[in-house]
Design a protein around this ligand. Structure first.
Ligand SMILES: C[S@@+](CC[C@H](N)C(=O)[O-])C[C@H]1O[C@@H](n2cnc3c(N)ncnc32)[C@H](O)[C@@H]1O
Length: 265
């Protein structure tokens, strides 16, 4: 993981050099529409409150659970005992990103959604609530965290989500085989280069023209930056959007030439 000053420097560079995020001068109609209708959609959706109430409760929960360390995301603490509040604070995506992912799913209405890295289920809830007709699988290795996440889905009455427990290395292939296609995936666990590239390759088997893949923390470390570069340069990726904290890739054939965008968000 990069040091805090280095990350801050990178973030400032991003803010100064990214496309303005308002759509002005954007020549791609697809990306223009995404900026106007998703990035800049300021409407309030009632589902936001449900998920943010869950987050609020978890941030106040000092219960301690045992957590197995699976990925590279455990730099905050190496201890196996963690409070629910610290997991909610450090692992879950922010409200801003969670709600953006909600709007992505609401807008594109993907039928089959896969999330790698459930944690307590905050972002999973956003994704699932955005399309009640979707079939969603979320994957988590840490046993006690997974148990908690399941409870949270029940509490929010989310029935169309399946949580698959286990190391992605053992579970991803069979999850992928269950789906005819994967329309939307969020890769938010094990932030290392080779595993991230492996997950991309596996998910690629089931992508279609409209699929979206979203990678978390693409500038978090040199390994993640290397993975992001290789993914966005992969021949099957036609368009990529870098929002600094997450990166999106699209496979749409309408992009005759590969296009990369960095957009302020
Ligand atoms: C950053 S958290 C996910 C946060 C969640 N997406 C959210 O925004 O609310 C990453 C999770 O992935 C899990 N994880 C990391 N590497 C894994 C692996 N190889 N197999 C299974 N789970 C893994 C960790 O246990 C952790 O709970």
């Amino acid at each position: 993981m990069y040091s805090k000053p280095k990350l801050a420097f990178k973030y400032i560079h991003y803010l100064l050099t990214a496309h303005n995020g308002k759509g002005h001068g954007m020549h791609s109609p697809f990306v223009f529409e995404l900026i106007q209708n998703i990035l800049n959609d300021k409407k309030h959706y009632e589902e936001y409150e449900k998920v943010e109430n869950l987050r609020k409760n978890l941030l106040a929960d000092n219960a301690i659970i045992q957590v197995e360390d699976f990925g590279a995301g455990s730099s905050v603490t190496k201890s196996n005992s963690r409070t629910i509040s610290s997991i909610a604070k450090n692992a879950a995506k922010s409200k801003k990103i969670g709600q953006l992912l909600f709007r992505m799913v609401k807008y594109y209405q993907p039928k089959h959604i896969v999330e790698l890295g459930t944690s307590l289920g905050i972002t999973s809830s956003y994704l699932a609530l955005a399309n009640p007709d979707a079939v969603m699988t979320t994957m988590e290795g840490a046993e006690e965290i997974a148990k908690r996440a399941k409870r949270h889905f029940e509490k929010l009455n989310i029935a169309h989500i399946e949580l698959v427990k286990g190391n992605f290395d053992d579970t991803l292939e069979s999850v992928i085989q269950q789906f005819p296609t994967i329309d939307f995936s969020f890769i938010d666990g094990n932030h290392r280069q080779k595993p991230t590239e492996r997950y991309f390759q596996s998910l690629l088997e089931k992508t279609n023209n409209n699929s979206v893949m979203i990678f978390d923390d693409i500038h978090w470390s040199s390994e993640m930056e290397a993975a992001w570069n290789n993914i966005k340069n992969h021949p099957s990726v036609r368009c990529s959007i870098d929002l600094f904290f997450i990166g999106m890739v699209f496979f749409r054939q309408e992009f005759k030439e590969k296009q990369h965008f960095v957009i302020r968000f």
